[in-house]
Design a protein around this ligand. Structure first.
Ligand code: AMP
Ligand code: MG
Length: 394
């Protein structure tokens, strides 16, 4: 049977998920906006800084009076309200951030000010107007763009919003995802394992992988290989307002392939890709909601998410694509002909990369020990030490 190229499946899933890219904005408090993506540009309603203020602790002066020895006639502290205008030929003590009095046009740092015996202050050097004065709007003018649309909000962006007095912002809604693990052998992690049972690690992995790219989990379920029970979870996912349902397991050639058996009559595409791990793949729409179905083996399902779903979720979240770097093989590797193979690797500090564990798709601990994936092309069967291979950062 001809296997479908990975790129073709990527394209099909991207098309299936295209509706998720059109997102409604929602207004959220700035305090809750960390990591969210601005739906539109935000304009500052005020000048930043909002008033002319001192950049140093020192004295406010008329620049033309310097150098000279001048009477100290008062003090302006931060938050002192509007100070009295400065009379030429006098100076006032001023603190950082305090409003510079009208008439004053420079601030001389306190370190350069000598107090004379008669209570006057002596400043030895000339200063140009504007020295150590932060002008109104010198950071940003009222009405100018503070933050662009599409920006993923980090702490510094929230700080700028707060400085401008903005308390809520329009952000893109987060992708709402349901994750369903299938398999009669699965138990909750930590539960005692009966004969033939294993802990559900795909659910943990896929939920975490979604959250890692800022998606919201609206349902997390685990179900035995029973069509009715599986369908009930799909219905629950739709009721939970999922925009995307991810499943693991139940799509290969076994006798109890619950995902395949349930979704194929509804028009699912079930296919085998020219890749390893992760050959079996499927996708469908259930009551209009896209369902992307991964194979059950842990490495396969994690890799499938990374290849087929994560790029879109990253785009929605305003996150950059996963980093890919070419590295040099530390040792020879072998790969299967006709399949794009993703081996687990460890990146060495000198830029080389070594394989971690074997090629099998059940090696969940070896995957945890890896920090890169080696993306070995379909036609490669043997790569010598020193060959260059594309790697994906985990
Ligand atoms: P399947 O794709 O359902 O044929 O499952 C393939 C292999 O993956 C089997 O060894 C399953 O026990 C295992 N598997 C399936 N689902 C999970 C899961 N959620 N967590 C860990 N292993 C799983
Ligand atoms: Mg199964």
């Amino acid at each position: 049977m001809a296997r479908t190229p990975v790129a073709e499946h990527e394209g099909r899933v991207r098309a299936l998920l295209a509706p998720l890219r059109t997102r409604e904005p929602e207004e959220v408090p700035v305090a809750a906006a960390l990591g969210r993506v601005l739906a539109e540009a935000v304009v500052s309603p005020i000048d930043l800084p909002p008033f002319r203020n001192a950049q140093m602790d020192g004295v406010a002066v008329v620049a033309a009076d310097l150098p000279g020895t001048l009477p100290l006639v008062g003090e302006v502290a931060a938050a002192a309200g509007a100070p009295a205008p400065l009379v030429a030929g006098t100076v006032v003590r001023i603190m950082t951030g305090a409003p510079v009095p009208e008439g004053a046009d420079a601030v001389v740092p306190i370190e350069e000010v000598v107090t004379t015996d008669d209570g006057r202050v002596s400043i030895a050097r000339a200063v140009s107007p504007g020295t150590f004065v932060r002008d109104v709007g010198s950071d940003l003018r009222a009405g100018a763009e503070l933050l662009p649309g599409g920006l993923r909000l980090g702490p510094r962006h929230l700080a700028a919003l707060s400085a401008a007095g903005i308390t809520s912002v329009p952000v893109l809604s987060r992708a709402r995802v349901a994750v369903i693990s299938t398999g009669s052998e699965l138990v909750a992690p930590g539960e005692a394992l009966g004969p033939g049972q294993i802990a559900d690690s795909n659910g943990t992995a896929l939920v975490a992988a979604c959250r890692d790219v800022a998606a919201e989990i609206v349902l997390e379920g685990r179900v035995v290989d029973d069509a009715e029970a599986f369908e009930a979870l799909l219905v629950a996912a739709v009721a939970a307002d999922a925009e995307l349902i991810l499943t693991s397991g139940g799509i290969s050639m076994g006798a109890h392939e619950v995902v395949r058996d349930t979704l194929e009559p509804l028009g699912a595409t079930v296919d085998v890709l020219a890749m390893q791990p992760g050959g079996p793949q499927a996708f469908a729409a259930f009551r209009g909601i896209p369902v992307v179905c991964f194979p059950g083996n842990p490495v396969s399902s994690q890799l499938s998410f990374l290849l087929f779903v994560e790029p879109l979720l990253r785009e929605i979240a305003g996150l950059p694509d996963r980093i890919r770097v070419s590295r040099v093989l530390d040792q020879p590797i072998t790969s299967v002909a006709g399949k794009r193979q993703f081996l687990r690797g460890h990146a060495l500090p000198d830029g080389r990369v070594e394989q971690v564990g074997g090629a099998s798709s059940h090696l969940v601990a070896a995957l945890a020990a890896a920090d890169v994936l080696l993306d070995v092309p379909e036609d490669a069967t043997e790569l010598p030490a020193g060959a260059t291979v594309e790697t994906w950062e985990l």
